[in-house]
Design a binder for this molecule. Structure first.
Ligand code: GLN
Length: 291
């Protein structure tokens, strides 16, 4: 039943995918509006704005500097990256959504309402305190660690190259992409692979959202996409695209937090360990992956 439900949800997601770019644009506009004047969300110091039950747990007296505990933390994500995060009929669902909710339930923090942004806007939103935690299948990289901090990893992935199903592109390794039109989502490690490994040897296009790139691939107006392997598999299951090959990167996803949010970072890492040790991690994995 659950599988049927999930397939149904995915089909619905596909029919909506054409509007994905519009949806993310609206999401971004909303965020910018908030940043401009409506400071009531995303800012971690709003702890005393009516949510009394969160504060009670904070007073455990364990640690005098423990003023972050019990606060509501605002999570941010970037839908369109199935099965980690996607928007189905206006509802945000996916592996990262369920996992962060389970992880935060292990801590003394309260989880606020999700903010949906473009992937490229997540780190700036975290730095601006519009959100407090990123849950977006974001790979832990040294470059990102110059501006933000990550929890312990919760998932590993490589990069895959997606091409049109039954199309002309025959590629077994990155060199075979030379001279072709290649796409990735802006600011991702997939984009990094194109830049680092192929540079000017390909005609590269950066997309706000991978869904838009996959649509170009289906139409045949783009030759290949570099994208995280689990998401490539998911698109290959739903769409007229297939994995040509996978390029090993061994990257690991972590939840992103601000560098000065050490207590939150530690609490979330402990929460990940607790969820992994319980049956919850496997349950969430089963729900979102055919494993
Ligand atoms: N894991 C990739 C990255 O961190 C892609 C993440 C995403 O597109 N949501 O860059």
């Amino acid at each position: 039943m659950r599988d049927q439900q999930r397939r149904f949800d995915r089909r619905e997601y596909l029919t909506l995918a054409g509007g994905a770019g519009v949806a993310t644009t609206i999401g971004l506009a909303g965020c910018l509006e908030d940043a401009e004047g409506n400071g009531d969300d995303g800012n971690g110091d709003d702890e005393d704005d009516g949510n009394g039950d969160g504060e009670d747990v904070a007073d455990d007296g364990e640690n005098g500097t423990d003023d972050a505990e019990g606060e509501t933390i605002v999570p941010g994500t970037a839908p369109g990256f199935e099965p980690f995060q996607m928007n189905v009929d206006g509802e945000l669902v996916g592996f990262d959504i369920d996992l962060l909710e389970a992880v935060v339930a292990e801590t003394e923090y309260e989880l606020g309402d999700w903010e949906e942004l473009e992937f490229d806007s997540l780190i700036p939103a975290l730095e601006n305190e519009n959100i407090d935690v990123i849950a977006a299948a974001m790979t832990i990289t040294e470059e990102r660690e110059e501006s933000i901090a990550f929890t312990e990893p919760y998932y590993s992935a490589d990069q895959s190259v997606l091409v049109q199903s039954g199309g002309d592109v025959e590629a077994d390794d990155l060199e075979d992409l030379e001279g072709l039109e290649v796409g990735a989502q802006s600011g991702t490690t997939g984009e990094g692979v194109v830049e680092d490994e192929l540079g000017d040897d390909v005609d590269y296009t950066s997309y706000d959202n991978y869904v838009l790139a996959v649509e170009e691939l289906e139409r045949g107006t783009l030759d290949a996409i570099v994208i995280d392997e689990p998401v490539a598999e998911s698109f290959a299951g739903d769409r007229d695209v297939e994995i040509a090959f996978t390029f090993e990167t061994g990257e690991e996803y972590g939840f992103g937090v601000r560098q000065d949010a050490e207590e939150l970072q530690e609490a979330l890492s402990e929460g990940i360990a607790a969820v992994e040790e319980s049956s919850e991690y496997d349950e969430i994995t089963q729900e979102w992956f055919d494993e």
